[in-house]
Write a new protein. Sequence first.
Length: 161
Amino acid sequence: MKQALDKLRNLLAGMAVALFALIFCLIVVEIVCRNFLGFSLLWVTDFIQLVVCWMLAFGMSAIVYTDDHLRITFIREMLPEKGRRGANLLCCALELVFFLLLVPYGAQMAQTKMKISFTTLRWPMGFQFAALPVFGALCSLFMLYRLYRSVREWKGGRAHD
């Protein structure tokens, strides 16, 4: 299971890097066109806005899996070891609930935004908001695994990979 999740995490991180490179290239092209060629590519702004949402969805999902996101841990660190394990278990469960809620509500928001178009692209904005339920689903998958590991650690055993 861990190997499959590691591969998915690496794929998501690679996709985030590729999308970031695309954003960078589009910004450079827009700067060259505007400053040296005398015209502007109006659609670039809308397209970059769309791509940023997907880049963040993929990149943040990968970070959630590796537990590298920012946390405020000073309260948890004041607890004894058993309390830390319990707090970790509670945090994982609450994060899982949050990510699970992103799936239906994010899908509903994306569906609603399908009726609104980007200004220059004329594509539905729902494509941008569709990143939200995808992010929620990916993070839910990763959090299920982290919750499993937290339960194993809370019981005093080592989580088997």
